[in-house]
Write a protein that binds this ligand. Structure first.
Ligand code: FMN
Length: 205
């Protein structure tokens, strides 16, 4: 597990990998070993997807390639650039918007990119790394910088590496790094019989 822990205070037992995955903004400068990087994307590769279309692609850059790193960083919004610039690896996820078998719109493209990203994130946690995903990207700029084709779209940015010292962050990011992890109750999103009626089997007390 990563050095700086922030385990989820799960209401009922869940797998340790799920409890220990979290989204840090402080990263160690230490590089991510190439074999670990390969393992992360191998994990993403084995995500499930609608029609097994595997609509995901990733554009990555490591700190040891300053020009490539800047290209990815430039496609993040300023708020995210401020902390993501310290991560050893940053990247973008990209969705293929059309089904390869008939060219129709893939309604689940973003969903399945999310699945691959989650698989990658859990593998990262298993290897002592963490990944922080970002909606705060500039998709049009990313398209221009990386020549992303028209039938593809940048979905999210990410930063990954070994978690760093929260003290290295400026306020208010430091407080957020150290703050509690919060979630809605399961009863507020698992329904049975009618929209809005909590499913008794999972609602708890
Ligand atoms: C698709 C997606 C977009 C996100 N966008 C941002 C972002 O732009 N900037 C940021 O600092 N955090 C971002 N986050 C991180 C979330 O705020 C974080 O996952 C959430 O607060 C839950 O915390 P946890 O991942 O540590 O459990 C994003 C997460 C996801 C999955």
């Amino acid at each position: 597990m990563a050095e700086h822990h922030k385990p989820a205070p799960a209401a009922v037992p869940v797998h340790d990998l799920i409890r220990h995955r979290w989204s840090p903004r402080a990263f160690e400068a230490r590089a991510v070993e190439p074999e670990k990087l390969r393992s992360l994307f191998e994990a993403a590769r084995w995500a499930s997807s609608s029609y097994n279309a595997q609509p995901w692609a990733f554009i990555i850059a490591t700190k040891d390639d300053p020009a490539g790193f800047k290209k990815v960083l430039d496609s993040f919004v300023e708020f995210n650039q401020a902390w993501a610039k310290n991560a050893p690896v940053i990247g973008l996820s990209v969705a293929a918007l059309k089904m390869p078998h008939d060219g129709s719109q893939n309604r689940h493209a973003f969903h399945d990119v999310g699945q691959a990203s989650t698989t990658l994130a859990l593998q990262a946690t298993a290897l002592g790394l963490q990944i922080h995903q970002m909606a705060g990207i500039l998709p049009d700029k990313a398209r221009e910088i990386f020549h992303i084709p028209a039938d593809h779209e940048a979905v999210a940015g990410f930063a990954l590496g070994y978690t760093g010292d929260p003290e290295s962050l400026p306020e208010p990011l430091k407080q957020r790094e150290l703050g509690p992890r919060e979630r809605k109750a399961v009863s507020s999103f698992v329904f049975e019989g009618k929209w809005g009626t909590p499913a008794p089997a999972v609602a708890g007390k």
